[in-house]
Design a protein. Structure first.
Length: 359
């Protein structure tokens, strides 16, 4: 029976086990948002995972909304990522880059030329953003013009191409957690009246164009997509998430992707707080490899795989605190606890200093 230790083939990727490292923002890039040797060490330590999905990586300068998040849009960043992929490959691992654009989850202080952040519609998110001089309110973003969208699609494809240049085994398009592509998908953030707003098919159009372009750039067998159907993160809501994501997932089938990565509930929130959603319907509709994510432990992950609910399970908190999680699971060894104070700060502390098992 399939379990966490059963090898898997996801498109062009050969996974020695089904323990995937979830994408995790850690804010350790340098001041130019360039990946550092410390980041290479962090990912190298986790190379025994079946597949590493990197922290989200902005595809262009306007795609940034947080300090020290490593981009994939300058030659220095591509060179920085090369050290990361080489370190992971030397340690026998596989690593895919998560392609990101934050859309309205940003601030003029973080944008090139102090410009307004862009979004499907000029709707200000509730909440505040860390801008380097403390917290500031989000601003009302500028709605993208229809004629700008083809350039945005091309930017995703260029970033995917550059990820291959940097030595990645694949890419994951980040279409979840309330960032730009998710802002297009949702009725609360997309009030457009062109072909990219209104119906579910129209709201999904930008994501589907991005997926087609990224697949064309690097081959669909090296491409995945991250969705989070019911997240409320980043002030997001939708009038019919079940219908929307059944449509989106059905549209992914003809692409022949390496994997679909679904975050259940809202990241970090306990199971009891999840908005009800029928994930089994997505499993039934989707004909490729499915990764499920959020709050699994060893026992619940084994049950999900044995029950055929998913093809792999992604672990965030457990893998950040346990670089050798695969071995710990294999031995039934105790786990290190994550240091929540140092998720987004601390350089090597709470990052590369979690102990491995002795022996
Ligand atoms: C936590 C902090 C900053 C960014 C996501 C990229 O939720 C993120 C993120 C998470 O997808």
């Amino acid at each position: 029976m399939t379990d966490l230790f059963t090898p898997a083939r996801f498109g062009a990727l050969e996974l020695p086990n089904r323990i995937v490292m979830s994408s995790l923002t850690r804010n350790r890039a340098d001041a130019g948002n360039v990946p550092t040797p410390l980041m290479a060490e962090y990912y190298r330590q986790r190379a025994s995972a079946g597949l590493i999905l990197t922290e989200a990586s902005p595809i262009c300068a306007a795609g940034h909304g947080y300090p020290r998040t490593p981009g994939i849009h300058t030659p220095e960043q591509i060179a920085g990522w090369k050290q990361v992929t080489a370190a992971v490959h030397d340690a026998g691992g596989r690593i895919a880059l998560q392609l990101w654009h934050v859309g309205r989850i940003s601030h003029p202080d973080l944008q090139p030329g102090g410009a307004l952040p862009v979004a499907p519609s000029a709707i200000r998110p509730a909440g505040q953003v860390f801008t380097g001089v403390g917290m500031q309110d989000y601003v009302t973003p500028r709605a993208l013009e229809t004629h700008e969208l083809s350039g945005l699609v091309a930017t995703y494809a260029q970033a995917a191409h550059d990820a291959m240049e940097a030595g990645f085994d694949g890419v994951e398009v980040h279409a979840g957690n309330g960032y730009l592509l998710d802002q297009f998908l949702r009725s609360s953030t997309n009030r457009r009246t062109d072909a990219y707003g209104g119906s579910q098919a129209n709201r999904a159009r930008l994501l589907l164009e991005v997926m087609a372009a990224v697949c064309e750039a690097v081959g669909s067998d090296r491409v995945g997509v991250r969705l989070s159907p019911v997240t409320t993160f980043n002030d997001l809501a939708d009038d019919d998430p079940q219908g929307m994501f059944e449509y989106v997932v059905a549209q992914m089938n003809p692409l022949g992707l390496a994997f679909l990565d679904i975050l259940q509930g809202t990241g970090g929130a306990p199971h009891e707080a999840w908005v009800p959603f029928d994930y089994a319907r997505l499993r039934a509709l989707y004909r490729g490899n499915l990764i499920l994510n959020n709050g699994y432990d060893f026992a619940s992950a084994q049950l999900a795989l044995q029950g055929g609910e998913a093809d792999a399970i992604a672990f965030g908190r457990l893998l950040l605190a346990n670089p050798d999680l695969v071995e710990r699971f294999r031995r039934g060894a105790p786990l290190n606890a994550p240091d929540y104070e140092r998720l987004y700060t601390g350089e090597e502390k709470g990052y590369t200093d979690y102990p491995f098992l002795a022996g």
